[in-house]
Write a protein that binds this ligand. Structure first.
Ligand SMILES: [Zn+2]
Ligand SMILES: [Zn+2]
Ligand SMILES: [Zn+2]
Ligand SMILES: [Zn+2]
Ligand SMILES: [Zn+2]
Ligand SMILES: [Zn+2]
Ligand SMILES: [Zn+2]
Length: 1758
């Protein structure tokens, strides 16, 4: 505890505490003297030191304060307490073992783990450490982010069904030998503790609850009072940061920075002194702050003026609190003594004990104090089960007071002592104890009743109109406590428990009574309601209560006696609430000879409420009575006279009628609030305790009432009595429509009442059966993701749906692809369970499911009837429900509707109605059939068949149902129902036969076989029928196809251009193919360089502009066509991420690229072509358009030329002009002839002469701009300045002005973006940037092809292909728009690297340049040497062929040397006996190098190894060169390069590029020329230093970059994040660690501590990291949220799903579901490609286009 080893407190004190150190030994002695009163001495000491230590409150030196505290108080105190050196003692104590409980307290944002298999409830959690060391790691766990304040339950045997201990907390695991894990303190220390703790605790309590602002208690007042005060500001949740800052600035006149500092501290600590001074000045400041804050927010800030000494002692009290807190962790004895003292009540006093005092004061304490207090409770009481119980008792004792304080407090719940309830109430034994001894259920419900009265109306019902959301949220906390107490059902019931629980239940019923019928509504007629009433609060409470209601019911059902008593209490409560309407006189209603007497009530006119928790609880208890069979004893508790079933049914029925009327649009004028309420009434979040229970209540009614009366009641409440009385119907179309909807709704409810039996108790089903049925019906709609199914199932109190138990029985899992998610598909055998009228279907779900299922049956070529599946049997208590099917009124209803359909009274029926009638008929027939199959015919009284075949009346035209069905088949509108009707008719037949069979067994045998025969024949008939239908369907399809293709033709007609464009593109490919096949026949040369160069394949290019749709041939002299393009800086190829990038290119010289490729300029294109003019028009229009829109700068940087491609919406910032390839063909005979004279040596001489000639020429005019030329050993007087022209020249290409303009525009963009500078068309670096982006882009593409394992040619995406083609041709043409002198200058500098005799100043050594960049530069700038007196000539084809060949050979030689030198330190890993020609050449080459480097290069490296290095190392260079020359010259590559094959590839590359496969032959061949070059290359100091191992050069091949390796299991990342400490600040505030996926750096994002000032702008850690790591573009993983973030620059970014999937193939952004997550390699690879293809910017732009919500986020501060 003595603050991390800074030499012990003594040493620290000696250094810093000055004069006070002398007092120390004396004081220690004083305390040790037993005669002294410890408490008095202790206080004396504090009185003396504390005000001094905390004297500089405004500007405290925290370290010094701490040292002084240690020296003056804590050290002596500890010495006294332990009787020896504190450090040594605590060390010993620590060694002796730790507690079995982990008890780690979570900070906000920390990850917690729960086990779905073993946790007793979801509040039982483990910390990361314990989880990783527990058995649950391999179970079905959940991960979540803590909101702070909870603690780790490791070691709590009550929290876990299995594995309560992790290996770390297992006894004996921590290395202690003793079984008894904690050492006992000796008696002396115990004795001292008993003396020290009370004094310390009393001081803490006294100071924390101290209310005097100016005075201290007398014991602490020992000196003259000085006039020194602080003005202290407290934090609250009402005022925002800005409010506080504003008020402080105004009131104190301080700087913004200071005000911010204060505000941050206030927010963190809860209070802070903002001004020091005399009393009056502080008082003034206080008033000022209050005044200003009131001005901005209607409420003043809380400010106090405190005396400096008071402030000091309060601070110290907290310090002592954390001291105790630390001490508690060492020993159980300490904890027990501490708890005993805290719980001790003063004898004879009414005052609460210490700990209760603190609890009661909690809401008044500031944030910092609360934190210390709660931590202390965690580390003491909660670590000792015995004392936890005692604490809980105290807690419940003051529960009401605490909750009331909390409700009026304005701090978050996490900061309130009431939040501790979950730690106690969820412990099963503790909960039971609290119920038995403290009556906690009653306490909680009474608390609720006491805090809610402000919402009671005159009828004592709740009414939440105008409620305060915040306050109600605080009330929910109390409701939650109820849930915690109930979460584990007791297994053992004592009389006391029973009594207390029942008492609690009755008390709870009082709350429900206030809810029963609350917020009544009345139908609005005529006018629309003015204000939508507040409905959310009532529904929210309903949601909160749902599981509590279910748990109460479950608890009741544990015990027969209890259940009956609870039922009777609940019944009484319902009856008390059902008085409404009793004043009205009963009326009588007749139908079909049955009468119903009832009190008049109309939902459409009288008040109605959807809140009926009492009725629904009763329904819940009723099914439990039925389930347990206890219902037989019901009459003992509720007499039949009292029961009054009609009254019980009444209110739920009204509610269902309300829903029907809303569907019939009768409540239109009541606004949206009603629609929302009805939605939630049936929604999965509420339905279990609302809608479902209402259906059950109707079933109870149907089972206990006379069926006819029941139906009459229904008809009456649905206000449909008249409709079925055959009175003359109204003519009002609206009313008829309304009425039809109501009939549909009623029929549906009847179907549910009879058919919905999947409730344990209603029938004999299990919970699993219920869940399975829900899932089956969800999947009948469509295949669904796991999370979607979960969301549609109700959660129980443990947030479980039971899905996993059953899903595999009903569905099969289908894995996801690279995007999307996995889904479950219903198993075929479950399809028969489908019930079209499933009561949890919404209207849309119903029709979707019906559609899906019919379609499926059609595809299977089956009939389309979807009859109900046979339902399970009702349990005995409900068996009477089926009687409503065959009662007279039902028959009347069915007949009436069918008759209307048959008589074609179109407006009086609907198809849906008929479907429902058919469904009811099916249910009736199924029921009778099932009964007949089970029991002898004479016992089956259910006579549906009989009733349905009976005439409706005695009239002549009377009909029965059967007859009506026959007629129905002929109704044309009901064609779709024909199959169902047939099915029902067959069922009639079956039932008839069953009836007959049993009565006439003998006849049945024969008639049975006949019947089956009949069946067969009917089946045959059906088959024929179906065949006919299939044929008809086929013809129909044909017709439709014909229509479609006609339509298509029209479409092509109208979109002709578009189509022709694509056709054209296809055609082009074809022509290429043709040419290729031709070529293989002719077999022309596939060599790109030198005299045997093959012909350019340059076909005529006709392109279509995507804007004006006109086509144009690309020609030099025509107006320019352009390709949309995006130029960006990139670090995708970097070999060294730690290299600091220059953020501004003002002084950068980009001619040479470092071999690390730290940062390049990439040019990409989406491949869409426009006329330059069209593009310009489009761009201007867009600029104009967007300037008027706000925030648009976040999508496009218009200033920098950004726009979205008009076709594909990719982000672009420029265009590439399309320059046609100039087809060239050389006569190889001529060329070979030239070879005789133009050797490499001669070629070198010629260009040397040319260059020195220029230098002489130029020297005349201006200052010498070219290097002094040393013509050593190459002198040939025969050569002169013009010799270069003698090998053939031609005139330079003439570009149209429009092409020229575009050349300049694009070149300037590259320059501007690549260097981050202002555009300047005349800058000398423009050509350099052009060559550089050309080289870099090729390298990127080569890299990509390699990593993707694709062949070099033929596998590029179309956009890459056309982009690269345009880029290379542009780069060649760009030269013509720059001054040739400039190009020559650059050329000479580039050649300087290869030809040291040109050595210009600052020429980098061989190891400091990327050779491919040199190659591209020299090849593209070389023609400038042909420039002659303002005549721009260019080399002829033959000249070019030689130039290219020699330039390429030179760079290749240089590159080989680079590779050999840089791999010199490689040591052979394997032996090889390879003694090939190549190995021998390599060996001799090495000898040369060794010689030239004076032995720095070791000669011992075996030749085969060198050859191996060279062959592997040179590959990327050769591949890039092949791509470059191909796109430059258009020479077709060899076939081998269209495939992937390593060996073949090397040979093919060598042949294409005119190289010998033994590359060292190049040296031998050119030895005389190369030898001097090699000497100079090797002699460079940089090369030597590298060979000596003093510096490191890049190895070849360069490493291929990939995103960092991510762990397979996501919790590893969370683990990593939990260990993350912000590099800049030490506070333990919540951090947002993010991981850079490029380099693996972990950053502290969205936090002011890690912001950085870049060019005067505050940038968040990510944004500033991205500037370096990805040149502005970067990819991060937000670990705690499990989201990928893409960012670009300072203003743009987007979120992207992380590449982690749960076992159901779904991502989990925000870890909301918390399932275990595993890395999905394919998705991570997709992210990798996004990066390497330079598509991050594109992805961001696309996501910003689609999600318009990004405005709120400040990416800059990420
Ligand atoms: Zn733990
Ligand atoms: Zn543990
Ligand atoms: Zn487990
Ligand atoms: Zn155009
Ligand atoms: Zn495009
Ligand atoms: Zn990075
Ligand atoms: Zn930070």
């Amino acid at each position: 505890m003595a603050d991390g080893g800074n030499g012990g407190p003594g040493a620290a004190a000696a250094g810093a505490a000055g004069g006070r150190v002398h007092a120390q030994p004396q004081e220690r002695a004083m305390w040790c003297d037993e005669r002294f009163n410890f408490q008095a001495t202790f206080l004396q000491c504090l009185a003396k030191h504390v005000p001094n230590i905390y004297s500089a409150e405004m500007d405290p030196l925290l370290e010094k304060q701490e040292e002084m505290v240690q020296a003056a108080v804590l050290y002596p105190l500890e010495c006294y307490l332990f009787g020896e050196d504190p450090d040594m003692f605590l060390e010993k104590l620590q060694q002796s073992g730790t507690s079995q409980l982990c008890g780690k307290v979570f900070k906000g944002g920390e990850t917690t783990y729960s086990c779905r298999d073993c946790a007793v409830d979801p509040t039982c959690v483990l910390c990361m450490d314990c989880f990783q060391n527990s058995i649950h790691k391999n179970h079905r766990y959940k991960m979540h982010s803590s909101t702070g304040g909870g603690f780790c339950d490791c070691g709590d045997t009550e929290a876990w069904k299995a594995g309560p201990l992790c290996t770390k907390h297992e006894p004996g695991a921590s290395g202690s030998a003793k079984e008894n894990s904690e050492c006992q303190l000796n008696e002396e220390i115990m004795e001292h503790s008993r003396r020290v703790f009370p004094a310390v605790i009393k001081y803490i309590v006294d100071m924390l609850i101290w209310e005097e602002e100016k005075e201290l208690p007398p014991e602490l007042t020992i000196r003259e009072k000085v006039d020194s005060y602080y003005c202290v500001l407290f934090n609250d949740e009402h005022h925002s940061y800005d409010h506080v800052i504003y008020s402080l600035q105004r009131a104190l006149g301080c700087e913004l920075g200071e005000a911010q500092l204060h505000t941050t501290a206030i927010d963190k600590e809860g209070r802070r002194a903002v001004k020091a001074g005399h009393y009056t000045s502080c008082q003034e400041a206080k008033e000022e702050i209050k005044r200003h804050s009131e001005n901005v927010s209607q409420r003043p800030l809380h400010v106090e003026v405190l005396h400096a000494d008071v402030m000091a002692h309060q601070k110290f009290a907290l310090r002592l609190g954390s001291w105790l807190n630390k001490l508690m962790s060492y020993s159980s004895d300490f904890r027990q003594i501490f708890c005993q003292i805290c719980l001790k009540e003063e004898a004879g006093s009414e005052n609460p004990c210490f700990i209760s005092k603190l609890m009661l004061w909690d809401a008044k304490l500031h944030k910092g104090a609360r934190k210390v207090l709660h931590e202390l409770i965690f580390s003491s009481f909660f670590m000792e089960m015995e004392y936890k119980k005692l604490f809980a008792v105290e807690f419940v004792k003051y529960y009401k007071a605490l909750q009331k304080e909390y409700i009026s407090d304005d701090h978050d719940r996490a900061l309130s002592v009431t939040a501790l309830s979950v730690q106690m109430f969820t412990v099963p034994t503790l909960a039971r104890h609290l119920i038995e001894e403290q009556n906690v259920i009653t306490t909680i419900t009474e608390t609720l009743l006491e805090v809610l009265p402000e919402y009671l109306d005159k009828n004592d019902k709740f009414n939440f109109q105008g409620y305060s959301q915040d306050k109600l949220n605080r009330v929910y906390a109390v409701i939650y406590d109820l849930r915690y107490v109930l979460v584990s059902k007791p297994t053992l019931w004592t009389d006391r428990l029973r009594a207390r629980f029942l008492e609690g239940f009755v008390s709870f019923l009082r709350i429900l009574t206030c809810m029963q019928g609350m917020e009544e509504i009345k139908r609005q007629i005529g006018q629309h309601i003015e204000v939508d009433p507040d409905w959310e609060a009532a529904i929210a409470i309903q949601m909160q209560l749902k599981n509590i209601l279910l748990m109460f019911q479950e608890w009741c059902a544990c015990d027969e006696e209890l259940l009956l008593r609870a039922y009777s209490e609940c019944h009484k409560a319902v009856m008390r609430c059902s008085t409404n309407g009793r004043s009205r006189e009963k009326t009588v209603f007749h139908l079909c000879g049955h009468t119903l007497e009832s009190r008049p009530y109309r939902v459409s006119a009288d008040p109605v409420s959807i809140h009926l928790p009492l009725s629904r609880t009763l329904a819940g208890l009723h099914v439990r009575l039925s389930k347990t069979g206890t219902i037989s004893r019901l009459h003992e508790f509720v007499s039949p006279e009292e029961f009054q079933v009609e009254l019980l049914v009444e209110y739920p029925l009204r509610c269902l009628v309300l829903v029907a009327q809303v569907a019939a649009e009768m409540w239109r004028r009541n606004g949206l609030s009603l629609i929302s309420q009805v939605f939630y009434y049936q929604d999965v979040k509420c339905r279990e305790e609302m809608y479902d229970k209402d259906i059950i209540m109707l079933q109870i009614g149907a089972s206990l009432m006379d069926p006819n009366q029941f139906l009459l009641l229904i008809l009456q409440r649905y206000e449909l009595a008249d409709t079925f009385k055959k009175l003359k119907p109204t003519k009002d179309q609206d009313l008829i429509k309304q009425c039809n909807v109501l009939i549909e709704e009623m029929l549906q409810i009847l179907i549910y009442v009879v058919g919905e039996r999947y409730v344990p108790g209603v029938s004999n089903v299990t919970k699993d059966d219920v869940t399975m049925r829900e899932i089956i019906h969800l999947l009948c709609i469509e295949p669904m993701a796991h999370s979607a199914i979960t969301k549609s199932l109700p959660e129980n109190e443990n947030n479980e749906t039971g899905l996993e138990n059953v899903i595999d029985r009903v569905a099969t899992f289908k894995k996801p692809g690279v995007s999307g998610h996995g889904v479950y598909e219903l198993k075929d055998e479950c399809l028969k369970e489908f019930n079209m009228f499933f009561y949890h279907y919404t209207k849309t779900q119903h029709s979707k499911a019906e559609h899906t299922q019919k379609k499926r049956r059609k595809q299977e070529n089956r009939d389309e009837a979807l009859p109900p599946p046979p339902p399970p049997d009702f349990s005995p208590a409900f068996s009477n429900v089926v009687r409503i099917l065959n009662c007279d009124v039902m028959m009347h209803i069915l007949r009436t509707i069918l008759q209307r359909a048959v008589e074609l009274e179109t407006h009086l029926w609907t198809e849906a109605m008929i479907q429902m009638v058919l469904h009811l008929l099916s249910l009736g027939l199924l029921e009778e059939k099932q009964q007949l199959q089970k029991s002898p015919e004479e016992e089956v009284t259910f006579d549906f068949y009989h009733k349905a075949t009976r005439m409706g009346s005695s009239a002549l035209n009377a009909v029965n149902v059967l007859m009506l069905l026959e007629k129905l088949k002929r109704v044309p509108q009901l064609e779709a129902q024909k199959d169902t009707v047939n099915w029902i008719l067959q069922m009639f037949d079956t039932v008839k036969r069953l009836r007959e069979k049993s009565s006439l067994t003998t006849v049945a045998a024969t008639s049975g076989s006949e019947a089956t025969k009949g069946d067969e024949s009917s089946q045959d008939k059906e088959k024929a029928e179906r065949k006919r239908k299939a044929e008809a369907a086929r013809l129909h399809r044909q017709k439709i196809m014909a229509q479609m293709s006609a339509l298509q033709r029209n479409f092509i007609e109208t979109h002709k251009l578009l189509y022709e464009n694509t056709l054209e593109a296809q055609g082009k490919e074809d022509s290429i193919m043709e040419e290729e096949s031709m070529s293989s026949a002719i077999d022309y040369s596939r060599i790109a360089l030198g005299p045997r160069r093959g012909p350019s394949v340059a076909e005529k290019e006709v392109l279509t502009c995507i804007l004006c749709q006109e086509e144009q041939e690309v020609k030099l002299e025509s107006a320019a066509m352009v390709l949309s393009a995006c130029v960006q800086k990139s670090t995708a190829l970097t070999q060294n991420r730690s290299r600091i990038l220059e953020l501004s290119g003002d002084t950068l010289d980009p001619l040479f690229m470092h071999p690390d490729l730290p940062c390049g300029t990439h040019t990409g294109s989406c491949g869409h072509v426009m006329h330059a003019a069209c593009w310009q028009k489009y761009f201007e229009a867009m600029q104009l358009n967007f300037r008027q829109r706000l925030h648009v700068e976040q999508i496009f940087d218009l200033e920098n030329g950004e726009y979205l491609c008009p076709l594909c919406k990719s982000l672009c910032n420029t265009v590439i002009p399309i320059v046609p390839l100039q087809a060239q063909k050389i006569n190889s005979e001529d060329a070979e002839a030239v070879a005789q004279i133009l050797s490499l040596a001669r070629w070198l001489e010629i260009i040397t002469v040319r260059i020195s000639g220029y230098s002489v020429k130029n020297a005349k005019g201006e200052k010498q701009s070219l290097p002094a030329f040393t013509n050593k050993g190459m002198g040939n007087s025969a050569l002169e300045f013009h010799s270069i022209l003698s090998f053939g020249v031609q005139s330079s290409a003439k570009y149209s002005s429009s092409i020229k303009e575009m050349l300049i525009l694009f070149a300037t963009t590259i320059y501007r973006v690549g260097l981050k500078v202002a555009p300047n068309e005349a800058d000398y670096r423009i050509p350099m940037m052009t060559w550089s982006t050309c080289a870099f882009t090729i390298q990127c593409i080569e890299n990509l092809l390699e990593t993707e394992g694709k062949p070099l040619f033929g596998s590029l995406q179309n956009r890459q292909h056309s982009g690269l083609k345009a880029l290379v041709q542009f780069a060649a043409a760009q030269r013509t728009t720059s001054p040739q002198v400039l190009i020559q200058k650059h050329l000479i500098r580039l050649l300087g690297v290869l030809l040291p005799n040109f050595k210009v100043e600052d020429t980098p050594s061989l190891l400091e340049v990327d050779m491919f960049h040199i190659l591209v530069g020299v090849v593209l700038s070389f023609p400038s040497l042909y420039w002659e007196d303002a005549v721009d000539l260019q080399p002829s084809s033959i000249s070019s062929a030689y130039n290219h060949l020699y330039l390429f050979h030179l760079t290749t030689l240089a590159h080989i040397t680079q590779i050999v030198v840089s791999s010199a330190t490689e040591s052979p890993t394997a032996r090889s006996s390879d003694n090939s020609e190549e190995a021998q050449s390599a060996q001799s080459f090495c000898r040369e190098i060794c010689q030239y480097t004076s032995g720095c290069f070791s000669q011992d490296i075996p030749g085969w190894l060198v050859w191996d290095c060279v062959k592997k190392g040179i590959m990327p260079f050769l591949r890039c060169a092949a791509l470059f020359f191909h796109y430059l010259l258009g020479v077709s590559p060899p076939e081998e390069l269209l495939q992937v094959s390593e060996e073949g590839q090397f040979k093919a590359l060598c042949s294409y590029l005119s190289l010998p496969t033994n590359l060292f032959l190049l040296f031998q061949e050119y030895w005389d020329t190369v030898n001097p070059l090699l000497q100079r290359w090797c002699a460079d100091p940089v090369v030597l230093s590298c060979l000596k191992g003093k510096s490191i050069a890049v190895r070849y091949p360069r490493k291929r970059n990939s995103l960092i390796e991510l762990p397979e299991d996501y919790s590893c990342l969370l683990n990593q994040a939990s260990q993350f400490r912000c590099p800049r600040s030490s506070d333990d505030e919540q951090k947002h660690p993010v991981l850079c996926l490029f380099c693996g750096a972990m950053l502290c994002s969205q936090n002011t501590c890690c912001q950085e000032l870049v060019n005067g702008e505050e940038l968040g850690a990510c944004t500033s990291h991205a500037l370096q790591c990805g040149a502005g573009v970067c990819m991060f993983l937000k670990i705690r949220e499990c989201k990928v973030v893409l960012i670009e620059g300072k203003t743009r970014g987007c979120l992207y799903p992380a590449p982690y999937l749960d076992e159901y193939g779904e991502t989990d952004p925000g870890l909301k579901r918390g399932n275990p997550l595993h890395l999905c390699r394919e998705r991570y690879r997709k992210l990798h490609l996004l990066w390497q293809q330079h598509c991050i910017i594109e992805e961001i732009a696309r996501s910003q286009e689609t999600n318009q919500i990004f405005f709120g986020f400040n990416w800059q501060l990420l």
